[in-house]
Design a protein around this ligand. Structure first.
Ligand SMILES: Nc1ncnc2c1ncn2[C@@H]1O[C@H](COP(=O)(O)OP(=O)(O)OP(=O)(O)O)[C@@H](O)[C@H]1O
Length: 326
């Protein structure tokens, strides 16, 4: 199977300006602005094959959306390279745009005052889908999702779950080979989440479309994604089978530390794998056999105000990594 996505050392740094408050500082800000850099994605590399369903996971602010935006061509990277279906996404080649779709659970592409059918038809025109193929795909998708009767209802009158189903139809009407789903089940009740998951599995089996999914719901990932890529603080911390997360973390523990003064990352390095560090909080992965010694030394040595040690199983491991503060 060929690789549909190849990402090499992809990095995205955002520059923004620190603004101090107060009148005097406002004037100072006009003359001199303090620029700060946020490494949203750092040195990320992975490859994905046609037909794979991959969970792209990480806590808030980990860099998931930024990575997906680069892979969809919405953002330019600071450095590194990516090839998606043979194209460099940010060059925005017309043929590239025809072959993928991005669905963001938190952003609607449907016109709220119009029925979903109109927005779907608009996509048919944008993607220049032939009438026959459009009708066939529309029938198939509306049947699979059980929303045929709702196509002509104003979008703002639909429930969240119904709206998401329409979003999926609008995104798939041109039969993309690749689908990026950014939190497709966010805010949905359990039944609606299940319906979306069943649909995605079925759609993947039927069409062999590649699906990359970000979600904070572990059930989405367990149901759909044999493979997961974990990203934290902009860096990949795990890439492999979901079922092997256990083996990876089985004899390890996660220690979450909160400091009441700034602590340099270097001081933490001898204790284990520093998964996250922002000066005031840190998350370290340690061998479970070292936990007692390491906790004692860390408490003696550093200005620790809070410490939490968590066991890491497969789901718990991922959740513990999720809960880490950025
Ligand atoms: N335009 C921007 N300017 C400055 N910083 C940004 C910008 N966009 C994102 N960031 C920062 O980059 C980091 C990664 O953001 P990103 O949205 O990719 O995270 P995420 O993993 O998708 O998080 P979430 O699960 O909360 O959606 C965050 O710290 C965020 O504040």
């Amino acid at each position: 199977m060929e690789h549909i996505i190849e990402v090499k050392q992809l990095t995205k740094a955002f520059t923004y300006y620190k603004k101090d408050t107060g009148i005097i500082h406002s004037f100072k800000n006009l003359i001199h602005r303090n620029s700060l850099t946020k490494m949203a994605v750092e040195d990320v590399s992975f490859s994905i094959r046609q037909g794979e369903m991959v969970g792209f996971l990480g806590p808030n602010g980990a860099g998931k959306s930024t990575t997906l935006k680069m892979l969809s061509g919405i953002l330019h990277p600071t450095s590194g390279s990516a090839t998606v279906m043979g194209y460099t996404p940010w060059k925005r080649h017309k043929d590239f745009k025809q072959q993928f779709s991005i669905v963001m659970g938190q952003k609607s592409q449907l016109w709220p005052d119009l029925p979903a059918a109109d927005s779907i038809y608009l996509n048919k025109c944008i993607y220049q889908v032939e009438q026959d193929s459009y009708q066939r795909t529309l029938d198939e998708l509306t049947d699979m999702l059980g929303v045929r009767d709702l196509l002509h209802v104003q979008v703002r009158r639909l429930s969240l779950g119904e709206r998401m189903k329409m979003e999926l139809i609008a995104s798939l009407i041109h039969r993309p080979k690749l689908l990026f789903l950014d939190e497709p089940t966010i805010g949905l009740d359990l039944l609606a989440q299940k319906a979306i998951r069943q649909f995605l599995r079925h759609y993947n089996e039927q069409t062999n479309a590649t699906i990359i999914l970000t979600s904070h719901y572990m059930k989405d990932i367990e149901d759909l994604c044999p493979r997961v890529i974990l990203i934290q603080g902009g860096r990949i911390t795990y890439d492999g089978e979901l079922q092997d997360v256990n083996a990876e973390y089985g004899d390890k523990r996660i220690m979450k530390l909160q400091f009441h003064e700034h602590v340099e990352r270097e001081i933490l390095l001898p204790f284990g794998n520093v998964l996250h560090h922002d000066g005031i909080t840190a998350v370290i992965e340690l061998e479970s056999s070292n936990i007692a010694d390491s906790s004692r030394q860390l408490l003696e040595l550093l200005p620790v105000s809070d410490v939490l040690i968590a066991e890491i199983g497969a789901e718990e491991g991922i959740e513990a990594l999720f809960q880490r503060q950025s």
